[in-house]
Design a protein around this ligand. Structure first.
Ligand SMILES: NC(=O)c1ccc[n+]([C@@H]2O[C@H](COP(=O)([O-])OP(=O)(O)OC[C@H]3O[C@@H](n4cnc5c(N)ncnc54)[C@H](OP(=O)(O)O)[C@@H]3O)[C@@H](O)[C@H]2O)c1
Length: 262
């Protein structure tokens, strides 16, 4: 049984992780951490009981002795958790986005020094990772590509990190940037964010979750690769896989694609 603590347990993704853990036979939620807590126990969503809850990760680690901490919070909270967890021999699965290359090398260093594993993945949705994989495979055969990414209106960043990664990975697979269609002459034209010759168009609307369409074009044909999410459940197979894998590893594994061997 893999014992898990969730940091950010009341957040939008954290709640899904708590729920998913309740249905995993090989895993047990043993504790929860939140920024603002109104009690010392978190009731489990399946009604099977409750687990210790605190805003103090160090306290929860000492009390619950988990194998893994799963974090979906903020960059600041995630990075604060890394030395605390690794020093206590606890593995980490981090889904929080916005970590820098320096943050990743610090995580790797602390994980190796303390002989634990750390999986950091900016996108745990299996379909999104496969979309990038397929777009990379197609990239060699097309000279033109554009990306349309659509997200809920509360998303802070644009273009999305997934769209930026897709464009950069596609160009890397080709070995050169994509060709850009001849530019419009007018001053009022808008062709989105240009990354490696790929125009990325960002849509932000209520009613959307996370969607992306990669369109590759050449004379007489286009190829479209689409991924749509309709709920945050989409991240759970990836997060559960990361929990199972991280306990077998030492050091940093970056990206669900690496974990899947893509
Ligand atoms: N990797 C992926 O596949 C993936 C998918 C979706 C989202 N994300 C990322 O995951 C993160 C969380 O997203 P979300 O939509 O779940 O956000 P959210 O709903 O705002 O949840 C974050 C939770 O973390 C809590 N928190 C903040 N600071 C904390 C601290 N120091 N200690 C403990 N808990 C703390 C927040 O508490 P308060 O509400 O009290 O501030 C909140 O409950 C973001 O970085 C997002 O970009 C990643």
């Amino acid at each position: 049984m893999i014992k898990v603590v969730v940091q950010g347990a009341s957040g939008r993704v954290g709640q899904e992780v708590v729920n998913a853990l309740c249905h995993e036979p090989e895993m047990e939620l043993v504790g929860a951490v939140e920024l603002k807590v109104s009690g010392d126990h978190l009731p489990l969503p399946d009604g099977s009981g409750s687990v210790p809850l605190s805003s103090d990760l160090d306290f929860i680690l000492a009390k619950c002795r988990p194998d893994v901490v799963v974090d979906f919070t903020t960059k600041k909270a995630a990075m604060a958790a890394v030395p605390l967890a690794t020093k206590q021999g606890v593995n980490l699965v981090i889904g929080t986005t916005g970590l820098t290359a320096d943050d990743l090398s610090q995580i790797d260093h602390l994980a190796i020094a303390n002989k634990v594993g750390a999986v950091v993945a900016p996108n745990f949705a299996l379909g999104a990772v496969l979309m990038i994989h397929l777009a990379k495979a197609a990239a060699k055969y097309f000279d033109y590509a554009e990306i349309i990414e659509l997200h809920h209106h509360r998303k802070a960043d644009a273009p999305s990190g997934t769209a930026l990664t897709t464009a950069r990975e596609m160009a890397k697979a080709r070995g050169k940037p994509f060709s850009r269609p001849s530019e419009e002459k007018g001053e009022l034209t808008s062709r989105g964010e240009q990354i490696e010759g790929i125009a990325i168009h960002s849509v932000r609307l209520p009613g959307l979750m996370a969607h992306q369409k990669v369109i590759l074009g050449k004379a007489g044909q286009t190829l479209s690769i689409c991924h749509d999410t309709i709920s945050r459940e989409c991240y759970m197979p990836g997060v559960m896989l990361a929990i199972k894998e991280v306990v077998k590893r030492q050091g940093l594994v970056y990206g669900l694609d690496t974990l899947l061997g893509l």
